[in-house]
Design a protein around this ligand. Structure first.
Ligand code: ZN
Length: 156
């Protein structure tokens, strides 16, 4: 069912709601580039400043990927979702799909489609964005809490 919808659209359906900031995220027709502007404290593309997510949607900063730290988000906007593929990660088998900035096309992270380990199920439908790909709410992209313990080590 999900496969029959354009990727941007199917993604937007999952974020069809009013956030605590009162920002309405809507689904737009394919064929035109539409960039959703979030209001509040946002994480945005390092290359083109397209908004990806609100700090409100941040679940964890304690993830690890092959390039270093990564963030787990509940919702991400303005990304296209690539092909689903199976990957063995430190935390077991997952079906994931790479996500790309809708404006500049850069690879920014991945989406967890399926987690096969029971303990990892909470990640399904969630998004990982690599820290060095984004600018944080303060514009720097590098946060202070480096001492936060790693809870997920999803190095490929
Ligand atoms: Zn971009």
């Amino acid at each position: 069912m999900e496969n029959s919808k354009p990727s941007l659209c199917s993604l937007s359906l999952s974020v069809w709601r009013f956030s605590s900031f009162g920002v309405r995220w809507v689904c737009y027709e394919m064929g035109r580039l539409f960039v959703i502007n979030l209001e509040g404290l946002v994480y945005s593309c390092k290359h083109c400043q397209t908004h990806f997510a609100l700090t409100n949607d941040l679940i964890s900063k304690s993830f690890h990927c092959k390039h270093g730290r990564a963030y787990l988000f509940d919702n991400v906007v303005n990304v296209t979702v690539g092909e689903k593929e199976h990957r063995v990660m430190m935390t077991g088998w997952h079906t994931v799909a790479d996500i790309f900035c809708v404006s500049c096309g850069s690879l920014v992270g991945w989406k967890y489609e399926i987690a096969y380990e029971k303990s990892q199920k909470y990640k399904e439908g969630k998004f990982i964005i690599e820290r060095f790909k984004v600018l944080g709410p303060d514009g720097g992209g590098y946060d202070v809490d480096e001492d936060e313990p790693m809870i997920g080590s999803d190095e490929e």
